[in-house]
Design a protein around this ligand. Structure first.
Ligand code: ATP
Ligand code: MG
Ligand code: MG
Length: 167
């Protein structure tokens, strides 16, 4: 993993898709995230296949985690992620954790703990979700997650729950 540019913050983005060619959705979302002004890709995990959370009557997900260096504030980065979700045809329904073409979650933003109406960082599901922890560990095995501790410890305490690496 290369060094972030000076003054930039290291952030981690969780990518997920289970509709309309999920592998291609995640691959092209990677390029879209890397093209955000003030964002540079540092690392990208393998792709993983996971069983859905919540409603089970939906396809499996493709997941990955991306490390970036960014000069954007966390809220501005989130707005770009939401724009990219929309450009990928994300439709927001009433159903929590329903099927979607693309989900981009801001997992970690430097050392910061953020708790506003729009944004909670570190992402609240991070510590329990195999499809986040395993790809994160793959690209940042030394990471200490603010408030949660070492990624290595989080991974050993998290069952795989059917998660499979696919490339
Ligand atoms: P989950 O957040 O449990 O993975 P989800 O990704 O399906 O569920 P979304 O529908 O994508 O949830 O987002 C719901 C709201 O979560 C958004 O409107 C957004 O403002 C808010 N949100 C809070 N913290 C974050 C974060 N760290 N990353 C992305 N969205 C966040
Ligand atoms: Mg999510
Ligand atoms: Mg989301």
């Amino acid at each position: 993993m290369s060094k972030p540019f000076s003054g930039a913050v290291a952030a981690y983005i969780g990518l997920g898709s289970n509709l309309d060619d999920p592998i291609e959705q995640v691959r092209s979302a990677r390029a879209d995230c890397a093209a955000i002004p003030g964002v540079r890709e540092l690392a990208f995990s393998s792709l993983y296949r996971s069983s859905p959370m919540g409603p089970q009557d939906q396809p499996d997900y493709i997941n990955a985690v991306m490390a970036v260096a960014t000069e954007l504030e966390a809220a501005a980065l989130l707005r770009h992620l939401q724009r990219i979700e929309k450009e990928h045809g994300r439709v927001r329904t009433q159903q929590r954790w329903g099927a979607r073409t693309l989900d981009l979650d801001l997992l970690i933003y430097g050392e910061q703990g953020i708790d506003t109406v729009e944004l909670t960082v570190p992402h609240p599901g991070l510590g329990q979700r195999a499809f986040v922890l395993y790809p994160l560990f793959e690209i940042a095995p030394e990471l200490v997650v603010p408030g949660l501790g070492r990624i290595a410890d989080l991974v050993v305490n998290c069952p795989l729950e059917g998660l499979k690496r696919i490339d």
